[in-house]
Design a binder for this molecule. Structure first.
Ligand code: GLA
Length: 405
């Protein structure tokens, strides 16, 4: 009895602690009602970018079918700025790499039916490329971005010593709002200041960890040391389950951009990464070279049934629901009452994985149709569980749709 009362007390206490976070006002700029989708230059090109690359990538977004599949933002990451501001204090583009200027580039991206994103830093200097940061220049930079018709600002956190994250990002948020232009704010402070607990009223998305890398679990040794971050995408994944409650329409947890199609990931791993990011309601920001995309990678990024899971209207982030050693089941409740389920096999050999209805908070005996989202096949109906063989480092992704018994 005592234990029961203690548990209830603990639950009430937790509810009181969590409620303010859950009811934090969302940034009501009306944007990012579903997780943003697009492409960003950083993962393949780092600071080796120029206007021609961005133009041809915008063309490839259309030609490959990425645009039709929902990828919308073409985002220029670090490396676009000149080293110094102009005499009037405005940011300027690097004249060698972007001789036509950013407005002309944004116009081109818009002419392809896409939206345009740009990088800055909330500290005094960009992380790479040596451009000036926006600290103390939030208003003039936001006004410049609006004048250039930028639709999405990624705001990094280098050279931010002595700054308070919430104060700094709130300044940029207010400055963007004051321009009157709808601009998505993507905060990139690597989860250092627990942004999920306060950023819903500030930004449309916030990074939850350090940078995702094109490796399975690199960085494991150093990730718990001071200043260390998980790097490999499976380690980033491991940091997400506790954050589920903070995501929703207009304000998303961002486990970082996709490494799908990068050297270092097998096709099975790219598929697993993509499926799991969809379960997480993560922004789907591709980073591979779209101008030379192999068809196996296009098939992953363009899978409409997986994208539909990521973009589900209910906006509930999915999570890990069952773990037996290195065999995992992740699930996400969807707007129509169905659930998306990913079986993830971290082992070095193929293995069967099973989901039991109680893992999904369903009662045994409830009939559900099983849809295979990777092979686009209906697998019949089940009453209590579903089992599938999963390749090493791969996934099986399903939609379980309750049907009348
Ligand atoms: C940081 C960010 C990355 C990228 C680079 C650019 O590391 O987390 O996503 O923007 O800076 O320098």
């Amino acid at each position: 009895m005592k234990i029961k009362w203690f548990t209830r007390g603990l639950q009430t206490l937790l509810a009181c602690l969590l409620l303010p976070a859950l009811s934090a006002p969302a940034l009501e700029n009306g944007l990012a009602r579903t997780p943003p989708m697009g492409w960003n230059s950083w993962n393949t090109f780092a600071i080796n970018i120029n206007e021609q690359l961005i133009r041809t990538t915008a063309d490839a977004m259309v030609d490959t079918g990425m645009k039709s599949a929902g990828y919308e933002y073409v985002i220029v990451d670090a490396g676009w700025k000149a080293k110094e501001r102009a005499a009037d204090g405005k940011l300027v583009a690097n004249p060698q790499k972007f001789p036509s200027g950013i407005k002309v580039l944004a116009d081109y991206v818009h002419s392809r039916g896409l939206k345009f994103g740009l990088y800055t830093d909330a500290g005094t200097e960009d992380c790479d490329g040596g451009g000036p940061g926006s600290s103390g220049h939030e208003e003039i930079d936001a006004a410049t971005f609006a004048a250039w018709e930028v639709d999405y600002v990624k705001d990094d956190w280098c050279k931010s010593e002595g700054l308070d994250a919430k104060t700094s990002y709130s300044k940029m948020s207010a400055a963007l709002r004051a321009t009157g232009r709808p601009i998505v704010l993507s905060m990139c402070e690597w989860g250092d200041n627990r942004p999920w607990s306060w950023a819903a009223g500030v930004a449309n998305l916030w990074r939850t960890t350090g940078d995702n890398k094109n490796c399975w679990d690199c960085g494991r040794e150093s990730m718990n040391q001071p200043g260390g971050y998980p790097r490999g995408w499976t380690l980033i994944l491991d940091r997400q389950p506790a954050l589920q409650q903070y995501a929703g329409a207009g304000h998303w947890n961002d486990p970082d951009m996709l490494e799908v199609g990068q050297p270092g990931l097998s096709i099975a791993e790219s598929q697993a990464h993509f499926s799991l990011w969809a379960i997480l309601a993560a922004p789907l920001i591709a980073g591979n070279d779209l101008r030379s995309m192999p068809k196996e990678i296009a098939a992953i990024l363009l899978n409409k049934e997986v994208i539909a899971v990521d973009q589900d209207a209910k906006g509930i982030e999915g999570t890990l629901v069952k773990k037996e050693g290195v065999l995992e089941v992740w699930a996400r409740p969807l707007a129509d009452g169905s659930q998306a389920v990913v079986f993830f096999n971290r082992s070095l050999t193929s293995a069967p994985i099973t989901v039991e209805w109680p893992d999904l908070h369903w009662t045994t005996g409830r009939a559900a149709a099983v849809r295979d989202l990777l092979n686009h096949r209906d697998l019949g109906s089940e009453l209590r569980r579903h089992t599938a063989l999963v390749v090493s480092h791969g996934v099986v992704m399903l939609r379980l749709i309750p049907t009348a018994n």
